[in-house]
Design a protein around this ligand. Structure first.
Ligand code: ADP
Ligand code: UDP
Length: 241
């Protein structure tokens, strides 16, 4: 039976499968930025983001983070649990960049005293605005879920900062999404890739993420390939420890 397309987003197509409660996320080579005002596409983006997400979800599971990840299906697709998504993008930052550098008037690259967590409302029409707990309560999100989001963001940061450091990469900031499974448990969802994280080479400061596309810097395909190579070194050593 052909898979049923449930949703086509900017970076992925999401399909239902024959298995109850299981989805396939097929990662596209397409890219958007600035709320889809800028569009592009490059070779192997889908393969890179699917494979990096699969590897990192498996690593996080081993380190006690529940995720939606089931298995990688092929180069550019992963199976996940079907979740009821919270309307929240959780952003965690270690170094000032992008919108935070602008908001605080910091030079990009300024190391933060402690990680900063931001909660944004996932709504393309509104441009994913940052909201506080009062706003989210108004939207019907519980304090318990908001606390879970912040704590999970910080936990993922604690696990992934050394993971990337070992690969010669500074984890500058990242975005995660969270959803509720059939048992009512909140778990990490969506993707973790150069689309959703800022990665800077530890030695040279070179950007190895989607900012190369956002800022027309060139070398975006090579940067994604380099990040996948560094992340896969861990698996190739069998060191998902
Ligand atoms: P966007 O909607 O931002 O354009 P994508 O192209 O990445 O994003 O589409 C993937 C969609 O699937 C997103 O809306 C994301 O919130 C949602 N999603 C991610 N993981 C799950 C999951 N396990 N169950 C249901 N929906 C999910
Ligand atoms: N991010 C994302 N999706 C969004 C907004 C942000 O994945 O809709 C990620 C982005 O890649 C970066 C971090 O969240 O790693 C912080 O992004 P920022 O707020 O600085 O956004 P920008 O200024 O780049 O739009």
């Amino acid at each position: 039976m052909p898979e049923e397309l449930l949703y086509e987003g900017k970076a992925k197509k999401v399909f239902a499968t024959d298995e109850e409660g299981v989805l396939v996320h097929r990662y596209k080579d397409d890219a958007t930025a600035f709320n889809a005002q800028k569009r592009g596409s490059w070779k192997d983006k889908g393969r890179t983001n699917a494979t990096m997400s699969a590897t990192i979800f498996a690593y996080l599971e081993v380190h006690g983070v529940p995720t939606h990840f089931v298995e990688q299906v092929d180069d550019a697709a992963i199976k996940t649990k079907r979740l009821d998504m919270l309307p929240i993008e959780v952003i965690v930052r270690n170094v000032a960049a992008g919108s935070l550098a602008r908001r605080l008037g910091y030079e990009e690259g300024t190391k933060l005293r402690a990680p900063i967590v931001e909660l944004c409302y996932k709504d393309d029409e509104l441009g994913d605005p940052m909201l506080n707990w009062y706003h989210f309560r108004e939207l019907g999100v519980s304090d318990e879920d908001l606390e879970f989001c912040e704590e999970l963001g910080l936990k993922v940061n604690e696990i992934l900062t050394p993971f990337f450091d070992e690969r010669g990469v500074t984890l500058v900031d990242f975005k995660i999404e969270i959803g509720r499974d059939a048992e009512g448990r909140l778990v990490l969802a969506d993707e973790i890739s150069p689309d959703t994280c800022r990665f800077w080479d530890k030695e040279t400061g070179e950007k190895l993420d989607k900012d190369r596309f956002r800022r027309d810097m060139g070398g975006v395909e090579e940067a994604y390939a380099e990040m996948l190579r560094r992340v896969q070194e861990i698996t190739q050593r069998g060191a998902v420890d």
